[in-house]
Design a protein around this ligand. Structure first.
Ligand code: PAF
Length: 282
């Protein structure tokens, strides 16, 4: 595995591989790798000649009061994990390499970004879309792999790829969970021990809502209340939002039909966790 820290060098490597006719699968990450990331790599490995992973904690997608400084980082461990999954290139730029100056041009996301995480984290998706635009120009992949835990991110990036005509196929990969149902996340290490015990209630409440839909419940407010009650009564977490919207359009629903997402974010003392289920309703 080659570790590359400079943009020009990375572009030269990618152009060289493309000239040889190799297809490139790309897994962008912010590091502190877990099974979710490794599942993305395994998918990329199956479908491409060359697998590129990036590790870059992107300051542009963190608000001024958010956890940029506390975001967990462990490059040596990540490097060993990437190598064991046969990643070919690990792109690991510094902030100065990616943003030598305050960017003069950024991407502004106009749709799908004013609800759920976008509402709680103003500017977050502009930061994600900007860094992904840069990374796509650097890595030039045929396919890029993202986890469905960040379902809104997938929906926003589908808009980016379509509106900016990137010749990239986005591949959305299922959420990987701990045995107790907690969605794997780099941020889970920042849960206190008691909070770690409580955190599976996030997914349990989503499953309860799914079950209620299967049993005929069609009132969005009742479903949201069900989730709210379970999380409030069974954890110390503070609900940031619970949303029930069409997917991937992320529009409010007058009636529950078609493909929907139920998504939530809950704040614990040092960490905010997100989770979701996507359900097809006949
Ligand atoms: O999902 C993430 O880890 C980040 O938002 C991403 C896609 C790597 C962009 O910084």
């Amino acid at each position: 595995m080659k570790v590359v820290t400079e943009i020009r060098a990375m572009q030269a490597e990618m152009i060289h591989q493309k000239k040889k006719g190799k297809s490139i699968g790309f897994v962008p990450t912010m590091g502190y790798l877990h099974e979710g990331h490794l599942t993305l790599v395994r998918n990329a490995r199956k479908e491409n000649d060359i697998v590129v992973m990036s590790i870059f904690v992107n300051p542009l997608q963190f608000g001024p009061t958010e956890d940029f400084a506390e975001y967990p980082r462990d490059f040596d461990r990540d490097c060993a994990l990437a190598e064991s999954e046969k990643v070919d290139y690990l792109f690991y730029p510094s902030v100065a390499e990616m943003y030598p100056n305050e960017p003069a041009v950024t991407v502004s996301v106009k749709d799908r970004s004013d609800v759920l995480c976008g509402k709680s984290r103003p500017g977050h998706f502009d930061g994600v879309a900007t860094v992904i635009t840069k990374l796509f120009h650097i890595v030039m992949p045929e396919r890029a792999y993202f986890g469905k835990k960040d379902a809104q991110q997938v929906a926003v990036l589908e808009g980016l790829v379509s509106d900016f005509n990137f010749p990239v196929e986005l591949v959305a990969v299922d959420i990987v969970r701990e045995q107790d149902g907690l969605a794997k996340s780099s941020r889970n290490v920042n849960l206190l021990p008691d909070e770690r015990q409580e955190a599976p209630i996030l997914y349990k409440s989503l499953q309860a809502a799914h079950q209620a839909i299967n049993e005929g419940e069609r009132n969005p407010s009742s479903l949201i209340q069900l989730i709210d009650d379970m999380i409030t009564n069974q954890s110390s977490g503070k609900i940031d939002y619970i949303g029930l919207l069409s997917y991937p359009q992320l529009k409010p629903l007058e009636e529950l039909t078609g493909r929907i997402i139920i998504a939530l974010a809950v704040k614990f003392s040092k960490v905010r966790l997100i989770d979701n289920v996507i359900i097809d309703i006949d």
